[in-house]
Design a protein around this ligand. Structure first.
Ligand SMILES: C[S@@+](CC[C@H](N)C(=O)[O-])C[C@H]1O[C@@H](n2cnc3c(N)ncnc32)[C@H](O)[C@@H]1O
Ligand SMILES: O=C(O)C(=O)C[C@]1(C(=O)O)C=C[C@@H](O)C=C1
Length: 247
């Protein structure tokens, strides 16, 4: 994986453009996401551990909004179920190209990994195959809010008995004091990881139009409305959380 440090927002910008998963972001993405999302390495590795418990023989494991394939690689490290294959989907051409390179690297280092297909495409237009594990790792927050229930319903329809959706998201909080505290602590986390006040402020304006976090309550209600029967949070670090949703 690229070790290039994220300096995308380090210089003052006259106008901060909306955040996009372009070439510049792809180059620094491993560094950016690790320094921006508290608990990210723990979530990714354990997503593989969880997936191994839900994987059903001869089914598909989806990594939706796969970026550079960190989740796909974790699925391939942990899932040993017969006949499973991974389908990773992302609509950023730059991400998909680099993701394929990294997965070729994983294939050359390890034997007997699950087969994987990386699709460049919109997850809203995906024709889902019967799946036992679907991972949405910090992807739903970038989907237009009015499209989210329909997407989750389609995922629910594709899930086999015994399977699970694993959904990780940045959260907002309905309680203003809780929201302010966890937002401040997230800023402290970024500062501790070497981001300047300018970088933090410019990144905030870049993502505010494109990334719309929901509260835990909204996630729970929407997942139930989409047909899931049970929603179990398994991880939270500051304002970032991951949930298991059972069909
Ligand atoms: C924060 S990143 C996901 C990080 C990744 N899952 C990981 O764990 O490293 C969000 C990704 O979702 C992708 N994305 C956003 N909207 C999408 C859509 N409609 N269809 C497919 N991919 C999408 C972006 O291109 C981006 O790569
Ligand atoms: O909230 C922030 O400041 C973030 O940087 C979060 C976040 C994310 O949650 O996906 C936003 C964009 C990048 O993909 C990396 C991290």
């Amino acid at each position: 994986m690229s070790k290039e440090p994220d300096r995308i927002f380090a210089q003052p910008m006259a106008q901060v453009p909306d955040f996009a998963f372009n070439e510049d972001v792809v180059r620094v993405f491993p560094d950016m996401i690790k320094r921006s999302v508290p608990g990210y390495p723990t979530i990714v590795e354990n997503l593989g551990v969880l997936a191994a418990q839900f994987a059903q023989p001869n089914s598909v494991l989806y990594d939706l909004g796969s970026s550079l394939g960190a989740v796909t690689q974790a699925l391939r490290r942990h899932v040993r179920t017969d006949g499973c294959r991974v389908i990773a989907v992302d609509n950023s051409a730059a991400m998909v190209e680099r993701c394929r390179e990294y997965l070729n690297g994983q294939d050359s280092m390890f034997q007997e990994l699950l087969p994987v297909e990386v699709i460049e495409g919109d997850i809203l237009a995906l024709d889902f195959k019967p799946a036992s594990v679907v991972a949405l790792n910090f992807t739903l927050q970038f989907i237009a809010p009015d499209q989210r229930t329909a997407l989750l319903s389609r995922i629910r329809q594709s899930l086999l008995p015994g399977g699970a959706l694993i959904l990780s998201e940045k959260l907002r909080f309905n309680d203003a004091e809780e929201h302010a505290l966890l937002t401040d602590l997230h800023v402290a986390f970024k500062r501790a990881n070497g981001y300047s006040e300018l970088e933090i402020a410019q990144k905030r304006s870049a993502i505010e139009n494109v990334m719309k976090p929901d509260s835990l309550e909204e996630h729970r209600e929407r997942l139930l409305a989409a047909g899931f029967s049970k929603v179990v949070p398994w991880f939270q670090c500051l304002n970032f959380a991951s949930l298991i949703a059972l069909p």
